[in-house]
Design a protein around this ligand. Structure first.
Ligand code: MD6
Ligand code: FE
Length: 216
């Protein structure tokens, strides 16, 4: 095979293990990135991005919206999944087919066949936004994995252990990277370091993250 220095075709995705049960599927979502961004706009037209309140009364730096049967929300009453957008009272927008297929395919590629997400949280990070270390434990059944898709400006993901105090590993994430964690890694602490100023040709100054879960 001859190498063509001017070949613009995207790299094939490749897998990088993080720990038992968790891995990054590098560039897995690159090919459908533009389609995902169009759908994010459509969801946000119905359920606009908003900065929610933590139960402790802080405003989150990350702006969020949701689609699918169950949306993740936080307010003074706590963290939970609910079927209505608390801003409008309407059901969340349905999950776009391209979202569902991507999440299912990524889970399957990671060894978690049969994943049927009923919830997609859409996070928007601008410069300075971050997410502290936490566990995802508002779901009914931890037997289902989590699929997390990064779009736009790069970020550093922190992947820790099962105890808050365990020193987290830093995993750089770029546009199209998909992190999947389940099984023995399902309850590991994780977070996102403060987003640095940068520009991406498809998203401008934003990073988006799609987090797919089986909530119920
Ligand atoms: C991220 N988000 O935005 C990772 N977890 O890249 C999360 O891990 C997350 O946004 C639980 C609830 C909301 C979240
Ligand atoms: Fe999380």
């Amino acid at each position: 095979m001859t190498m063509d220095l001017f070949d613009q075709s995207p790299a094939e995705p490749w897998a990088e293990p993080i720990c038992e049960g968790a891995l990054v599927l590098r560039r897995f979502a690159s090919a459908c990135g533009s389609e995902l961004l169009v759908e994010i706009e459509q969801v946000a037209a119905q359920a606009p991005f908003r900065q929610m309140q933590t139960p402790g009364g802080h405003t989150m730096s990350v702006a969020m919206t949701c689609c699918g049967d169950w949306g993740w929300v936080t307010d003074a009453r706590g963290y939970r999944y609910q079927q209505q957008d608390p801003v409008s009272g309407d059901p969340w927008p349905s999950m776009p087919e391209v979202f569902h297929k991507l999440a299912k395919d990524a889970a399957e590629t990671a060894g978690y066949g049969g994943f049927e997400p009923d919830s997609c949280l859409i996070n928007r990070y601008l410069r300075g936004a971050k997410m502290g270390l936490h566990q995802d434990k508002d779901e009914d059944d931890f037997g289902h994995p989590i699929v997390s898709v990064s779009l736009g400006v790069p970020a550093t993901f922190q992947f820790g252990g099962l105890r808050r105090g365990d020193r987290p590993e830093r995993v750089p994430l770029e546009h199209g990277d998909v992190v999947v964690w389940g099984g023995p890694a399902r309850l590991r602490y994780h977070g996102v370091l403060t987003l640095k100023a940068a520009d991406h040709p498809l998203t401008g100054v934003c990073r988006y993250n799609l987090t797919f879960r089986r909530a119920r």
